[in-house]
Design a protein around this ligand. Structure first.
Ligand SMILES: CC(C)CCOP(=O)(O)OP(=O)(O)O
Ligand SMILES: [Mg+2]
Length: 240
């Protein structure tokens, strides 16, 4: 009962619960992350087929650096592998890749691979995937303020010229024509934003799933989309 014209344009996803998924099955963490990558691949394919325009995926948070080094190295290795495996596919299918967050702490080899993939897919417009790596929603707003403050200091704009449109043009999501997600999906039962996109989520419909990310398949995705389509998005407007 999904209606094509009510599909969200931009979906933000916090892919949480991979380690708990593994632990529950007595499996090593590595298999939890690997299962998460499999779910990610099918989620992107479904989004592509259903005509979603943009996905912002929370792949690695600033807090994740404090995990055991072996786990961080494992995740970095997985990101490297996925990019190598998918690069050809991305360019061929019209998928554009962008990164938001501070990638400078990533292994140099991974940074180079990311730069290559971002450049190779820059002109694609079928589906825009923004991967949030070491991204902080609060820092995003701070760095936008710093840029705008400099423009005031340089005399290029006045304080009263500052409005939400001007701020949005300086956020790291300025690379996409759909900066504000219509739907946010967070898995694993956690009910928080974890300093993900903040400004951009102002009017986003929030959907929380008890499924761990590796279990978030087509049925769970459809449930989230049905929930989204049943909501009346008022943007703070009409009272009814
Ligand atoms: C790196 C991140 C996408 C992994 C999300 O799953 P997770 O490792 O936080 O798993 P847990 O919440 O079960 O610990
Ligand atoms: Mg987690």
């Amino acid at each position: 009962e999904l209606r094509r014209e009510l599909m969200p344009k931009h979906i933000a996803v916090i892919m949480d619960g991979n380690r708990r998924w593994a632990k529950k099955r007595g499996l090593p963490v590595a298999l939890g992350y690997a299962a998460g990558i499999r779910t990610l691949r099918s989620f992107v394919k479904l989004s592509y087929n259903w005509g979603i325009s943009a996905l912002t995926l929370f792949a690695f948070s600033s807090e994740n650096w404090f995990r055991p080094k072996a786990e961080v190295d494992l995740l970095m290795g997985l990101f490297d592998k996925v990019l190598k495996d998918e690069l050809e596919n991305l360019t061929r299918t019209g998928i554009r890749l962008s990164i938001i967050g501070d990638a400078s702490q990533l292994p140099k080899s991974l940074q180079d691979l990311i730069d290559k993939a971002v450049m190779a897919t820059k002109a694609n417009s079928r589906l825009h995937i923004l991967v949030a790596i070491n991204y902080s929603g609060q820092y995003d707003v701070v760095q936008a303020c710093q840029t705008i403050a400099q423009r005031v200091k340089d005399g290029n704009i006045e304080p009263e010229d500052i409005n939400s449109f001007l701020v949005e043009q300086e956020l790291q999501t300025k690379c996409t024509e759909f900066p504000s997600p219509d739907l946010l999906i967070r898995t694993s039962g956690e009910l928080r934003l974890s300093n993900f996109l903040l400004w951009q989520l102002a009017y986003t419909e929030l959907f929380f799933s008890h499924s761990q990310w590796p279990d978030f398949g087509e049925a769970e995705f459809l449930e989230a989309l049905c929930s989204f389509q049943q909501r009346q998005r008022r943007y703070g407007g009409q009272s009814s």
